[in-house]
Design a protein around this ligand. Structure first.
Ligand SMILES: [Zn+2]
Length: 309
């Protein structure tokens, strides 16, 4: 009996030691989980190192086909605030929100701003029978004016949930809003001085909130970002005609896309093929370098200047 007890105590101690050795370093900071890079970066702008932020999509990967792992779901259920867009690419969120704890704090980006319906423009390749439900476009963060609203609301949520750091959150949010205002002014002056108001995106079109904010017109290969598909020959021909007709100097593709269509239109028209960031995600290298929403948008300002003049 006594021997058994001793063995039991020894093995219990070994289990505890093993548990201690493999346990991660405890992080007492408030924790946030964000689905994509846009949410991650805006939280980082407000909170800096004061919170532990976990981005679910891996850098360099496509965000629309993201599927959560069991570990992701555990991380969401244990976090202090879960930030998601609320659109088609995180449809999976609704089903897990029902099953994780009812007290989970969530921030749905689409709840903060005025929404627009996804649009189908002339020339687009549309899959399905065209009778799908009308979807609200999820790419709300692509307008810097919306980004200011998101920063304000994210700041309010963090201040409420982690009041000890609220002074820092408010200061950071104010500083970042100043940068967003400068960015917004930069876009307005580029567009005010531009020769044309039309952009061609030989790719999916996640820029609806952006172009509506600045009064631009556009043609693109597909609406929104819902389906990864091959463009029809008609779509490619339509976009080539538009580039020639309107003497468009540069055609765009979006981040982490193959850019094949953009390059082939470029070859056939002489227009440049350039990257316009929609800030769904960043490359692994950019993630390691700490590239921000503002950095990506400043790149956009440069390429827009080329494409509009
Ligand atoms: Zn998208």
């Amino acid at each position: 009996m006594r021997k058994n007890l001793k063995t039991f105590i020894v093995s219990l101690c070994m289990m505890l030691l093993a548990g201690c050795a493999s346990a991660p370093v405890r992080d007492d900071r408030f924790s946030v989980v964000a689905t994509n890079f846009a949410g991650y970066d805006l939280v980082r702008a407000v909170a800096g190192d004061l919170v532990n932020i976990n981005m679910l999509v891996r850098p360099g990967t496509e965000t629309h086909s993201f599927e959560p792992t069991p570990q992701n779901i555990i991380d969401i259920s244990e976090c202090g605030l879960f930030v998601y867009t609320g659109g088609e690419s995180d449809e999976w969120v609704e089903s897990i929100l029902d099953s994780v704890n009812a007290g989970l704090n969530t921030f749905r980006m689409m709840d903060s701003v005025q929404l627009y319906e996804e649009e189908i423009r002339e020339g687009m390749t549309v899959t399905g029978n065209g009778e799908e439900e009308e979807e609200m476009d999820e790419h709300v963060w692509t307008s810097p004016v919306n980004a200011m609203i998101l920063v304000r609301d994210i700041c309010d949520a963090l201040c409420r949930l982690d009041p000890a750091n609220s002074d820092s959150y408010r200061r950071n949010a104010e500083a970042y809003t100043g940068k967003l205002e400068a960015l917004d002014q930069q876009f307005r002056s580029i567009i005010a001085d531009a020769e044309r108001r039309e952009i061609i995106v030989a790719d999916r079109f996640p820029f609806l909130y952006f172009i509506r904010e600045y009064g631009l017109d556009y043609y693109a290969a597909y609406p929104g970002c819902a389906n990864d598909t091959e463009p029809s020959a008609q779509t490619v021909a339509f976009l080539i005609d538009k580039v020639k007709e309107d003497k468009i100097p540069a055609v765009f593709h979006i981040e982490l896309s193959s850019a094949n269509m953009c390059e082939s239109i470029s070859e056939q028209t002489g227009a440049a093929c350039l990257l316009l960031n929609a800030v769904h995600n960043v490359t692994d290298e950019d993630f390691k370098n700490g590239t921000t929403y503002i950095d990506l948008m400043e790149h956009n300002a440069e390429v827009l200047r080329q494409a509009l003049n």
